[in-house]
Write a protein that binds this ligand. Structure first.
Ligand code: NAD
Length: 376
């Protein structure tokens, strides 16, 4: 079977599989092709792939002949025309937002596995791209904030005067939020955290941060670990409680998400105006609307004296490790769908295979995506 690694478009710096990970697939009897320069931005040169028996081939040939195409982001329309029916695409395609695109891929009879849809179960952990990338994003968000902040993070007592520690407020204690807490603590900040899932309180406290208690959150126990939309009453209580913390905060790292929906707006303009000039907000939820008033996706702006950064792709700014972890996720998933003799075995009885399969055999196979298309 031929597995093709495509060069990403639109400035994406990650590559789907690094040379050492590709080697495992070659040893398993597969033929691996890589498009020239696919790994350059992740510091994996063509020569390194060649050393692992991965041959460098023209893009069109890979698109036309590979049985499996590995590409992190969506394939441009012009390239799509070259792909033959039945080809398997593996990547991170955000189908809950890109369902029209998924419809096109289904019509073209492609089999699409979007790893951002893999169920968040223990068995899926080694393939969980949302976790591997969110962990990096949470870390990077704090480093970026520290860089933009015109003050220290840690407390200092010096002969020239004392420095108070920075106060960091983290919205959302999922994978990114927890890593942001740990990173901010390592830099010496004082950290407060808000989340609607009471289950995270202990994790937050074990990292040395303070959990902001707000009673009456909606029950999310049937949402596969994800948060759910809150009642207006809860939102008002949370906002009142957050207003105090926002006014004190020097840094806000916003990570609160509602799977497949617009992110909750947690910081209003009035709250933002209470922040000290020079404060910094990093909003990782910017691509779905953001948690903070005024945030613009993929932009850094100054509003009411506060630097607002909207960036939902911060993991891509650490392309070496982001590719290493993402590539391992992809490799683990491939090992689930390729047998020991190098043939595709798509077992749709397996909840992981079924859970992240979006299109197959000319149809949208994922119920939630199919519903979204029907509602259009
Ligand atoms: P996410 O990116 O969907 O959301 C980030 C955080 O924002 C979540 O903790 C969420 O509760 C919080 N949030 C949502 N609305 C909020 C609001 N209005 N105010 C404050 N906070 C709000 O989360 P994620 O990091 O992708 O994690 C989602 C779930 O998946 C978690 O329960 C996590 O423990 C679970 N998970 C499971 C596995 C596994 O077992 N394989 C792996 C990773 C994560």
């Amino acid at each position: 079977m031929i597995i093709g690694i495509l060069r990403e478009q639109n400035g994406e710096k990650r590559v789907s599989i690094l040379p050492e990970q590709a080697e495992a697939l070659v040893k398993n009897g597969n033929t691996l092709w890589v498009e020239a320069g696919a790994g350059d931005a992740a510091f994996a040169a063509d020569a390194l792939y060649l050393q692992k028996q991965v041959s460098v081939e023209p893009r069109d040939k890979i698109l036309q002949q590979a049985n499996v195409l590995l590409v992190y982001g969506a394939i441009p329309e012009s390239s799509l025309q070259l792909i033959k029916e039945g080809t398997v695409l593996i990547g991170t395609y955000q189908p809950l937002f890109q369902y029209q695109l998924m419809k096109k891929w289904a019509d073209q009879k492609l089999t699409t596995f979007s790893l951002d849809m893999i169920p968040r179960t223990t068995r899926a952990q080694s393939m969980d791209v949302l976790s591997s990338q969110a962990n990096i994003a949470g870390y990077k968000a704090v480093l970026l904030a520290a860089n933009l902040f015109p003050r220290y993070f840690p407390m200092f007592m010096t002969a020239a005067g004392s420095i108070a520690p920075a106060k960091v407020l983290i919205l959302g204690a999922g994978v990114a939020g927890l890593q942001a807490i740990a990173t901010a603590k390592r830099l010496g900040a004082v950290v407060e955290v808000s989340d609607t899932r009471p289950a995270v309180k202990e994790e937050v406290m074990s990292l040395g941060a303070k959990f902001i208690e707000v009673e009456g959150a909606a029950d999310a126990s049937k949402a596969g670990g994800y948060a759910v939309e809150q009642s207006d009453e809860f939102k008002q209580k949370q906002q009142a409680r957050l207003t105090e913390s926002v006014a004190k905060a020097d840094i806000i790292i916003a990570t609160a998400q509602l799977q497949g929906n617009k992110a909750p707006l947690l910081i209003t303009e009035v709250m933002l105006q209470q922040m000290k000039p020079g404060s910094v907000v990093i909003d990782l939820a910017a691509s779905t609307g953001g948690n903070v008033f005024g945030v613009k996706n993929n932009e850094t702006i100054l509003l009411h004296g506060v630097t607002l950064v909207g960036n939902s792709q911060l993991a891509a700014d650490m392309p070496w490790d982001a590719s290493k972890l993402y590539g391992k996720n992809v490799l683990n998933f491939l090992q689930l769908i390729i047998d020991k003799t190098g043939n595709l075995q798509l077992n749709f009885e397996d909840d992981l295979v079924k859970g992240c399969c979006i299109t197959h055999d000319g149809a949208i196979t994922h119920t939630r995506i199919a519903e979204l298309i029907e509602q259009q």
